[in-house]
Design a protein around this ligand. Structure first.
Ligand code: ATP
Ligand code: MG
Length: 325
């Protein structure tokens, strides 16, 4: 059963026009960071999003977390359309869909002790009385591997990066969300502790039974952690598959290049690099059709029309005219 379905989610920003551009009757410029994104997350599933910087990963997360409104499209959570919500319904949604942020220092209030940071969401959402909060916060701290008697009364600046991110995870999980959106939660952490934090998240998602949308620009992280992975290029989804299939039989030319770039532990093994032409484009006035076409060695006339997501195997879809032809 899907806990979240996103249907044709689209976000465009107008860049406005200078007076000169208005007088010259130039059309306004548009940034189009997200175009017609559709997918769903099953209950308990960890779904990854991978793609280069600026491809719209955070835009998608912010729309789903309802920090911003889409230009068009729908968000359906647990069978209910939540694209437009009243204030009370939004508060209820916020308890069920929680975010873990990239920068654990920036996202924790420096004036609050760990106990109060973790208690912040339940207090704001009026979930429980203080006695219940006093019982649940230490329990949550212990679950994320922070001994409450040692950490509850500390301030964020007295913690290491990894400990701060564990507090961030505790804050996100204490309202018992059904979906957790983790936007590059380990990219600011020391490489040596990244795996611990990811293992913790994976372990907790199985124990506490929440689904997780996990963003990274590093495919090797996602294949280690996720059930399925979605590949984005410049605001469009290009391929969705199980982590295993994506790495072992990538179909889209962009996914193939991503997979070929992942380092292999065996130093004697030489993987054939896959070439991508040109530089990463920005989503300003992007061309219609497949946005990867200008960099694609398989591009053909048909690519000026947007390719549909098409099934190529069980749990494996690809949007590419050349591959699906
Ligand atoms: N509020 C906004 N106004 C105008 N443009 C925006 C706005 N928010 C995002 N963008 C643009 O949308 C594009 C996608 O941004 P987004 O932050 O979603 O990318 P990302 O995939 O999360 O990148 P990164 O890996 O660097 O975090 C970028 O080109 C960005 O400049
Ligand atoms: Mg981002």
């Amino acid at each position: 059963m899907a806990i979240l379905s996103v249907e044709h989610l689209t976000k465009h920003f107008s860049l406005g026009r200078s007076l000169g551009a208005v007088l010259r009757r130039q059309p306004p410029s548009w940034i189009k960071p997200l175009e017609d994104m559709s997918f769903s997350i099953d209950e308990g599933e960890i779904l990854g999003i991978v793609g280069e910087s600026g491809c719209g990963k955070s835009t998608a997360c912010n729309l789903i977390a309802k920090l911003d409104d889409p230009t068009s499209g729908n968000i359906v959570f647990d069978g209910e359309n939540v694209t437009h919500l009243s204030k009370t319904a939004l508060a209820r949604y916020r308890a069920q869909v929680q975010l873990i942020f990239q920068d654990p220092f920036d996202s924790l209030n420096p004036r609050l002790k760990v106990f109060d940071i973790v208690a912040e969401a339940p207090r704001a959402l009026k979930l429980w009385d203080e006695a219940e909060i006093a019982r649940r916060v230490p329990e949550m701290l212990a679950l994320v591997g922070l001994r409450p008697e040692r950490y509850a009364q500390r301030y964020p600046h007295q913690l290491s990066g990894g400990e701060r991110q564990r507090v961030g995870i505790a804050s996100a999980l204490i309202p018992e969300p059904r979906l957790v959106i983790a936007d590059e939660p380990v990219s600011m952490l020391d490489v040596s502790i990244r795996a611990d934090v990811m293992d913790l998240l994976r372990d907790l998602s199985a124990r506490l039974k929440f689904s997780c949308l996990y963003v990274s620009h590093d495919l090797s992280i996602l294949t280690h952690l996720c059930d399925r992975v979605m590949v984005m290029y410049l605001g469009q989804l290009v391929e969705v598959a199980s982590a295993h299939d994506l790495v072992n039989s990538p179909r889209h030319p962009y996914t193939r290049a991503l997979v070929a770039a992942v380092p292999v532990p065996d130093p004697t093994y030489r993987r054939q690099p896959v070439e991508i032409m040109g530089e990463l484009a920005k989503p300003i006035n992007p061309p219609s059709g497949c946005r990867f076409a200008p960099r694609c060695h398989l591009a053909m006339a048909q690519c000026s029309e947007t390719p549909e997501m098409t099934w190529v195997a069980e749990r494996h879809t690809v949007a590419c005219h050349a591959v699906v032809a």
